[in-house]
Design a protein around this ligand. Structure first.
Ligand code: ASP
Length: 607
């Protein structure tokens, strides 16, 4: 089949050339005998013109092919939407006044000389041509192959390809090898439930789909591969309430003889380069770096959105120690912290009704109250001002600038964070303040290594059980496990975690000690991780790595509401593939071979 050009690639420079195109009929317009067809392939759209009678159509012999097309005088309505056609035609300049500056190919049209219908099509259940989304997600997922024809979806697939291509180019240049690790694996401890796959050869035994290639990538370091990466599929059987998928893609990396700064530096260079190639956005590097302690102190969250730097948060306990203002005095006495949020230069917008609305907003989230303060020239306006001492007023005024509005709340960190984040969001809307940058990245490091689980009476890894403690904190392993900091680092962008990783325990003794602290008996940890511990004994080099979530990165860069918008065939929130119907019950024979007795009463295919 002859195809000389892509529809979306035709420009004025092609005028006078005869071209062969193939694609789908996106729209058909009849202008009194002259028929205009928008022909679409994945590159875009070209306008095709039929001027009555000239074209010689060769139908593909299907009975559904309209008679009118066979005779070459195509009529509107007879060349159906989404028909697949191939054409030959002459590229011409569009007549004056009919050029379309909004269209990449808007200067030209193709006057058809030959048409072949390659396949007819049912009318699509939703308009493929529309820019917006005009169908429910259920219908879109059921007919995903049609949904993917829509321009936004095609673009998302292309952006994803471009990004991953850039990632591969980067790692290749840096000397990393792409190595595939097993999908049929043994359970990895990433904290979620495993998807299990029964093994016919060993009835009653199961593989687990990998929650990540963690153990294998560490093994590759023991093998001396030194620099590994993989665009890896990971599987986690979690409740899908949030914007999550049971299977997702990670850029997974591990390297030997490297410390935290090496991994962090590598990954930010990778992102800067790949985001520029795929999205034309080059974030400045190095990214911000904040310790867990700093970030919790300032933002009460390890995932703050740092795009609006003027929205400072402060802890004001020191200012109000010994205060005469009963609300704060009682809060401090009860061990509650006092936090403030600065809304920069918002005086003009801070009407009484808006301030009252803010108080109502934080109270609806569960806070007991909210104090607001307007800082104008030399004066401080606030219903609480009369209770503050001069020293307190001075300290407050010094903590912000003239023209700022301050909100203060006395609540535990998680509630304070929720309240102040909601306030920030609302005031950004009110003042229509643009962000200082579209994308703000920040590394967070120095997390606590362990957290105590009182119900289980044991310590557990805050991130992953293979993460190494910070060297200076090693002595605390025996004395004060809560204070041990980990060599874990996470990357956040615009308040969303893109991924994280760590320097690992490469010495068996340290890893065993941590397993014991985590409440695993020797018998259990040897059973689960004995093979890994053994490998550490055979000359494991110091190593560390990281993983970034690809779906999330693409979704954020494209401003998509959900990662489902950037995955070709995502599952629904219930884990169903509406297009294929998976998961479905299987035949009794299959179960028998696997030695499995399943209660299939509750099972049902998605149809
Ligand atoms: N395995 C970790 C994860 O999937 C990433 C890492 O530590 O490299 O989140």
């Amino acid at each position: 089949m002859k195809r000389t050009h892509n529809c979306g690639g035709l420009r004025a420079s092609h005028i006078g050339q005869t071209v062969h195109l193939a694609g789908w009929v996106q729209t058909v317009r009849d202008h009194g005998g002259v028929l205009f067809v928008d022909l679409r392939d994945r590159s875009g759209i070209a306008q095709i013109v039929f001027r009555g009678g000239k074209a010689t159509a060769q139908a593909s012999g299907r009975s559904s092919v309209p008679e009118a097309l066979r005779s070459g005088t195509a009529q509107a309505g007879q060349l159906g939407l989404e028909y697949v056609i191939s054409i030959e035609g002459l590229v011409q300049a569009r007549p004056q006044g009919t050029k379309n500056p909004d269209m990449a190919t808007g200067d030209i049209e193709v006057e058809i000389s030959r048409l072949e219908i390659l396949n007819a099509a049912q009318p699509p259940p939703f308009p493929v041509a529309s820019k917006g989304i005009e169908a429910s997600e259920e219908i879109r997922l059921k007919y995903r192959y049609l949904d993917l024809r829509r321009q936004n979806m095609t673009r998302a697939m292309k952006a994803r390809h471009d990004f991953l291509q850039a990632v591969r180019t980067f790692f290749d240049r840096e000397g990393f090898w792409e190595i595939e690790t097993p999908i049929l694996a043994k359970s990895t401890p990433e904290g979620a439930r495993d998807f299990l796959v029964p093994c016919r050869q060993a009835p009653g035994s199961f593989y687990a789909l990998p929650q990540s290639p963690q153990i294998f990538k560490q093994m590759l370091m023991v093998s001396g591969m030194e620099k590994y990466y993989q665009i890896a599929r990971c599987f986690r059987d979690e409740d899908l309430r949030a914007d999550r998928q049971p299977e997702f893609t990670q850029i997974d990396v591990e390297m030997s003889f490297a410390g935290q700064q090496d991994v962090i530096g590598l990954m930010e260079r990778m992102l800067a380069e790949s985001l520029e190639k795929a999205f034309g956005v080059r974030p400045g590097i190095p990214f911000k770096r904040l310790s867990y302690e700093q970030i919790m102190e300032r933002y009460q969250s390890d995932k703050p959105d740092l795009r609006w730097p003027g929205y400072e948060r402060r802890r004001l306990d020191d200012i109000f120690r010994g205060t005469g203002f009963k609300v704060f005095a009682e809060a401090l006495a009860g061990g509650k912290p006092i936090y403030s949020l600065t809304v920069p230069q918002a005086l003009a917008a801070a009407s009484r009704s808006r301030l009252d609305e803010s108080v109502a907003l934080v109270m609806s989230l569960g806070a007991k109250g909210l104090v607001w303060l307007k800082l104008s020239d030399g004066a401080m306006e606030s219903p609480a001002a009369k209770f503050f001492s001069d020293a307190e007023k001075q300290a407050l005024a010094a903590s912000a600038a003239k023209g700022d509005v301050l909100f203060i709340c006395a609540e535990e960190a998680p509630l304070a964070e929720k309240a102040l984040t909601a306030l920030q969001k609302r005031w950004i809307e009110i003042t229509s303040q643009p962000p200082a940058a579209d994308y703000v990245f920040c590394w967070v490091f120095g997390f606590p290594l362990l957290e105590y689980k009182p119900e289980e009476k044991r310590w557990d890894a805050t991130h992953n059980p293979f993460t190494a403690p910070v060297q200076e904190d090693m002595a605390l392993l025996d004395t004060d496990p809560a204070k041990i900091r980990s060599q874990q680092y996470d990357l956040i962008m615009n308040g969303v975690e893109l991924g994280g990783g760590s320097i690992r325990n490469h010495q068996r003794s340290v890893q065993e000690k941590l397993f014991s602290l985590m409440g695993y008996s020797k018998e259990i940890y040897l059973d689960r991780f004995g093979w890994m511990l053994e490998a550490l004994d055979y000359g494991a080099p110091p190593h560390g790595g990281i993983a970034f979530g690809v779906d999330r990165i693409i979704a954020m860069m494209l401003g998509a509401d959900s990662i489902r918008e950037v995955i070709a065939f995502p599952k629904t929130q219930k884990g169903t593939c509406l297009f294929s119907g998976a998961p479905t019950p299987v035949e009794a024979k299959q179960l028998k071979e696997l030695g499995i007795k399943a209660d299939q009463k509750g099972a049902q295919g998605a149809g």
